[in-house]
Write a protein that binds this ligand. Structure first.
Ligand SMILES: Cc1cc2nc3c(=O)[nH]c(=O)nc-3n(C[C@H](O)[C@H](O)[C@H](O)COP(=O)(O)O)c2cc1C
Length: 267
């Protein structure tokens, strides 16, 4: 799959057709979710919610940005039973993989933040799913014509605003990225989705590696943003011949740094 084009065109879908998703597609997504659940381990639970009506009814006016819950025929429920930052980053990485699969199946999707719903709603879902619901993904056939637009319409920061050379805050020049063949990669990864479109990721390019950092203050949401970024970055850099994976090593020091470190990728 050509991840660069996919990411440039990828958009959050917030309006869906009432129509149920075809049985075969739902089964494929369910099977994929089972595989990802095995990979991600016991602290995280991902559940495909086939009947979205009740889920929506419970969260209407409460889930999502300022209580604007997204209505869709199906959802993916995301439960984290751990305060471990590592696991939260993993969620971004693996759930974005499921979203890519959903897109291949012709489905639209959108992340929904459920961290701020009231305790009684959290308790309700705890009883239902045996886990603390933190996020969900809406799933269904898009009823927007946004997907016809060639390029994502939500704004993105410039490459120079998110990539530093050698040290924090030392803005990179595009020529520096061209020299190492990473200019296109950084052009495209900016299209990764992020909570409130905050784009909290900052990269430091060193001679032999790329370091991923996140602006402070960080939160569950921005840690998920980091995981999503790691997913697309890894897929695309592998495609252009730099083989390898992220070495995740989260450093949240109490110093005056404006950022936390998430990990590094050897180039
Ligand atoms: C962790 C996370 C949480 C999000 N939560 C919501 C949400 O609650 N409601 C919503 O409408 N969009 C939500 N979004 C979607 C972002 O607002 C969206 O990705 C961003 O504005 C960029 O737009 P695009 O995805 O169309 O490129 C979330 C995205 C992420 C990554």
């Amino acid at each position: 799959m050509l991840f660069s084009k996919f990411l440039e065109q990828r958009k959050s879908i917030r309006e869906y057709k009432e129509k149920q998703v075809e049985r075969n597609a739902l089964i494929a997504l369910e099977n994929y979710t089972i595989k990802i659940n095995e990979k991600i381990g016991p602290d995280v639970k991902l559940v495909l919610i086939e009947d979205g009506k009740e889920f929506y009814g419970k969260l209407k006016g409460k889930g999502g940005y300022a209580g604007v819950m997204i209505k869709s025929p199906h959802y993916l429920g995301i439960m984290i039973n751990s305060e471990n930052n590592d696991k939260v980053v993993d969620i971004g990485y693996h759930v974005e993989d499921i979203i890519t699969k959903a897109s291949e199946l012709g489905l639209g999707s959108c992340w929904i933040d459920l961290n701020n719903v009231s305790d009684d709603i959290k308790d309700y879902f705890r009883a239902e799913f045996n886990g603390t619901l933190n996020f969900a993904i809406s799933l269904g056939y898009s009823n927007e014509n946004k997907h016809l637009e060639p390029i994502s319409t939500s704004s993105r920061l410039a490459i120079e605003d998110i990539v530093y050379l050698d040290k924090w805050d030392n803005k990179i020049k595009i020529e520096d990225l061209e020299k190492v063949g990473l200019d296109k990669l950084f052009y495209y990864v900016r299209y990764a989705p992020s909570s409130l479109n905050r784009q909290p990721w900052r990269f430091i390019l060193k001679k032999d590696r790329v370091i991923l950092t996140l602006l402070k203050p960080y939160s569950k949401e921005t840690l998920v943003d980091a995981g999503i970024m790691m997913y697309y970055f890894e897929k695309m850099i592998n495609n252009i011949g730099f083989k390898g994976v992220w070495n995740k090593h989260i450093i949240v020091d109490s110093s005056q740094n404006d950022y936390i470190t998430i990990g590094e990728f050897k180039i």
